[in-house]
Design a protein. Structure first.
Length: 618
């Protein structure tokens, strides 16, 4: 495993004795890449405050086969919960946020992909035109982060499963679309289970083709996700293991872990707020640090929370929490979105090899351990990465599609005329409706899990078909509950507030049934396990509300958009109404995207570093 230079990590006293040019709050998916890139400027000092700890050499983090074990363990996860969800059985939903250097990139499922070109191109419509935020402007930064050299020796095997013409056959090769020299090592993996080929053939038989290159801006099809796994070491790659080795022992970069930021400090009297540093806590000691510029990279929950504790946000909500408003910015903490997933589990015939072999066959498990120990390959270094992205329009019949979209439009129009939609929502919904009606943007994902997760029986093997909605219409929020940073956040994703989101999940359940009924899957499926094959609509809806899975893809709570429509940051990532306070993390993503988030956040951080460097030039 790449190790972190010990000289980068300092004590609280050494940290507070430095006045930083750039102070990055949060050492996660965006914060570490940003800090490392800024420290390339040899004439500036860069500090990182991370609330979690530095964790190295921990198999729960590092080993792909142990994916998911870190969730809800306080060593690795902040272990937060939502408020009871009104439209989801009044349940409190577990969230997952990484509590360590590397942030959520150290506990995620390692999926690595991009959204479609048209999705990024719409970001410019919501913000100012000082900096471009679209596919063409982001593509160099996607590539800058990536090291995809492993795909030369271990390519995507999936096209061999199908003779179908692939939708990207006349486009660029995958090797031309991805980066080779970046710090984030990516791989496909060499092994796959016996249910991968049926998955691809099932989609092909239903008219969805195999996609050779899902990284060229066109994402419609069945393909293999890249994973943030180092193919040589067989271990997870997260932001700290990827980027900190680039910094070596630079003297101008200092990191303090175990430091929770309470609020940003401001110079009084200026027309625009000027940040002078932050107040933070280490153990029971309250400290402060000076900085010329403060950059929040604390994620979709804590970035808006820190803004609110600092007096920036909806003035009415701040006063109710006992906080004196400094800057009325109502968009702070609003616009929360997430990707939700539902699943069906299937029992397979005894001859079908899935990852349940680790549970059922001690000899197999022992053999795979030996393979991993000697080569860092095999099934212990493998994750399911088979997926398909399709438009909603393709998984329902035309009449149902038209009636469902008509009801959605009517609901949005009624809400708009009643004054219940923010200006941001009106613009977002207009864009999302266009995508939906044209059917030119995949907005539903289906993926494969090659093991039993729902009450698996000893000696039996299973797989799951999982489906998720990528462009939700429901919007939630996250806000502080008091002026005390130790108090619980009010996290309310407001799942299923918009009825259309339920319609998508119901349609996905029907599509999973169609997939299972194809000849490709009939050869491996012994029985439908969970839920029952046929559910009446009210029962199905209840099962979805009670059994959905969150993707832990929280974003949008400090959206990059114009201030007058409820945006929090401009295209230069400065918080509106401030001179030297920026946000660089998933909270700025202004629109839902059909992708797992980590690749986009790496690109966002890389681009942000160049924007900030450009501003620093005399």
């Amino acid at each position: 495993m790449p190790s972190f230079s010990a000289s980068l990590f300092v004590s609280a006293s050494e940290f507070t004795s430095t006045k930083f040019d750039y102070l990055v709050v949060g050492g996660g998916n965006a914060g570490i890449p940003l800090a490392v890139r800024l420290s390339e400027l040899g004439n500036v000092s860069v500090g990182v405050l991370e609330a979690g700890e530095k964790i190295e050499g921990d198999p729960i983090v590092d080993l792909p086969s142990r994916m998911g074990e870190a969730l809800r363990q306080e060593t690795y996860d902040w272990n937060l919960k939502t408020v009871p969800q009104k439209h989801a059985g009044n349940r409190e939903i577990n969230t997952a946020r990484g509590r360590m250097l590397g942030g959520s990139s150290a506990i995620n499922y390692m999926a690595y992909d991009r959204a479609s070109k048209v999705e990024y191109d719409q970001w410019n419509k919501l913000t100012d035109d000082n900096h471009a935020w679209d596919w063409e402007s982001l593509l160099p930064y996607f590539k800058k982060a990536e090291d995809c050299r492993s795909i030369e020796t271990t390519p995507d095997h999936l096209p061999s499963f199908s003779a179908e013409v692939d939708v990207s056959s006349h486009g660029p090769l995958l090797t031309e679309s991805v980066g080779a020299d970046g710090p984030v090592k990516l791989s496909f993996g060499e092994s796959f289970t016996d249910v991968v080929e049926p998955f691809v053939k099932a989609w092909n038989s239903l008219g969805v083709l195999t996609l050779k290159n899902a990284f060229c801006g066109e994402k419609h099809g069945a393909f293999k996700l890249l994973r943030s796994i180092d193919a040589e070491l067989g271990t997870r790659v997260h932001s700290a293991t990827a980027y900190l080795p680039l910094a070596g022992g630079r003297k101008n970069l200092k990191i303090l872990t175990g430091a929770r930021v309470n609020k940003i400090l401001f110079r009084p009297g200026a027309e625009d707020l000027v940040a002078t540093g932050v107040e933070f806590t280490v153990g029971q000691e309250r400290l402060h640090i000076d900085a010329s510029e403060v950059i929040l990279s604390a994620g979709a929950f804590y970035t808006p929370a820190i803004l609110e504790w600092s007096g920036i946000g909806n003035a009415k909500l701040l006063r109710a929490a006992g906080i004196a408003p400094l800057l009325d910015l109502p968009g702070v903490g609003e616009n929360m979105q997430d990707h939700l997933f539902t699943a069906s589990q299937f029992l397979v015939h005894p001859h079908v090899k899935t990852q349940d072999l680790f549970r059922n066959d001690a000899k197999f498990a022992e053999e795979q351990q030996k393979i991993y120990d000697t080569t860092k390959k095999g099934w212990l270094a493998m994750l399911d990465n088979q997926t398909a992205f399709v438009p909603f329009k393709q998984i329902v019949d035309q009449n149902l599609f038209e009636s469902t979209v008509a009801r959605l439009r009517a609901k949005i129009d009624a809400e708009m005329h009643a004054g219940n939609l923010s200006a941001m929502q009106q613009e977002q919904y207009g864009i999302q409706l266009e995508w939906l009606e044209k059917g030119n943007v995949p907005n539903v994902e289906f993926w494969l899990v090659s093991r039993g997760l729902i009450d698996p029986k000893p000696g039996e093997s299973y797989f799951l078909l999982v489906s998720g909605q990528m462009h939700p219409f429901s919007r939630g929020s996250v806000h502080v509950t008091s002026a005390n940073p130790k108090d619980t956040l009010k996290i309310d994703p407001n799942y299923f507030e918009n009825d259309f989101d339920m319609e998508v999940h119901v349609a996905c359940a029907g599509m999973r049934e169609k997939l299972a009924d194809t000849e490709a899957f009939k050869s491996v499926i012994k029985a439908w396990s969970v839920p029952p094959v046929t559910l009446e609509r009210p029962v199905l809806e209840m099962a979805i509300r009670q059994g959905f899975l969150t993707g832990y893809h929280y974003f949008g709570t400090a959206a990059m958009a114009r201030r007058e429509i409820g945006g929090v940051v401009g295209s230069d990532l400065r918080v509106h109404g401030t001179r030297n306070l920026r946000v660089v993390d998933a909270s700025i993503v202004p629109l839902p995207i059909a992708a797992h988030l980590q690749a986009t956040i790496y690109a966002l951080a890389e681009k942000a570093a160049d924007i900030i460097k450009e501003d620093a030039r005399p």
